[in-house]
Write a protein that binds this ligand. Structure first.
Ligand SMILES: Nc1nc2c(ncn2[C@@H]2O[C@H](COP(=O)(O)OP(=O)(O)OP(=O)(O)O)[C@@H](O)[C@H]2O)c(=O)[nH]1
Length: 212
């Protein structure tokens, strides 16, 4: 058994688990464990809920204390389809170019989504400026220099899990940003010597050396 090291990079979503108070408590204790060694943390709020942004900062930011010192942070406002017409369009199927679309079964034109049945009419409560301000506070909380960090306009996103709006952009951006550091750490890990714990933990009679 070789000594175990935390994975080089972990991409983690810290959500607000907003409408399930039981779930919130249940998962809260686990958060810092999942943040351990994280290379990137996605802090997610609901663009229609000011309270969700507030809770994100008050309840969830401290969970990132165990993240890597060079961890990057993205602030993500989800449910943008409820507030931004651009986020309401379902993406076209990239596998089918227009010429390949069978005429007998044309792709229906993308249409704005109606809110889910039973959901109240919503309006945007959290603007991009508030998200950018939170990003600045996250950097300060982490003791990071704002000038030397990735800028807010690059690290604040509005997404829709419902339509997929900006979801690829979010993950591709983070992947591009964390990949160099993951590769660097992997190289360092390969170069650094590992401790063979089996040697240390074998019963006394089977010990080969003076370890432990
Ligand atoms: N319109 C819309 N609804 C969404 C979106 N993402 C999640 N929802 C809805 O929000 C509700 C809660 O979603 P969950 O996946 O349980 O996420 P959660 O972290 O518990 O989210 P909240 O409780 O809303 O903070 C469900 O009814 C989802 O369908 C989105 O991007 N757009």
């Amino acid at each position: 058994m070789k000594s175990r090291q935390a994975p080089c990079g972990t991409l983690l979503t810290v959500g607000t688990m907003w409408d399930s108070p039981h779930g919130r408590e249940q998962f809260h204790g686990l958060g810092s464990m999942y943040c351990r060694g994280a290379a990137a943390v996605i802090l997610t709020y609901d663009v229609t809920s000011w309270q969700s942004l507030k809770e994100l900062e008050e309840r969830f930011l401290s969970l990132t204390d165990t993240a890597n010192h060079d961890c990057i942070y993205a602030i993500v406002g989800n449910k943008a389809d409820l507030t931004d017409p651009r986020a309401q369009l379902l993406p076209a199927d990239p596998a089918q170019s227009p010429a390949e679309v069978p005429s007998a079964c044309p792709t229906p034109p993308a249409s704005p989504l109606s809110p889910p049945p039973g959901s109240p009419a919503t309006q945007q409560q959290v603007g991009r400026e508030e998200a950018a301000a939170l990003y600045g506070r996250v950097l300060r909380y982490k003791g990071l220099d704002e000038g030397g960090s990735l800028p807010a306009d690059r690290m604040c996103f509005e997404t829709s899990a419902r339509t997929g709006y900006n979801v690829d952009l979010l993950f591709e951006t983070l992947f591009d940003l964390v990949l160099p550091s993951i590769l660097r750490k992997r190289t360092e890990h390969r170069r650094s010597p590992t401790v063979d714990l089996e040697d240390c933990c074998e019963p006394p009679g089977r010990r080969r050396g003076g370890c432990c």
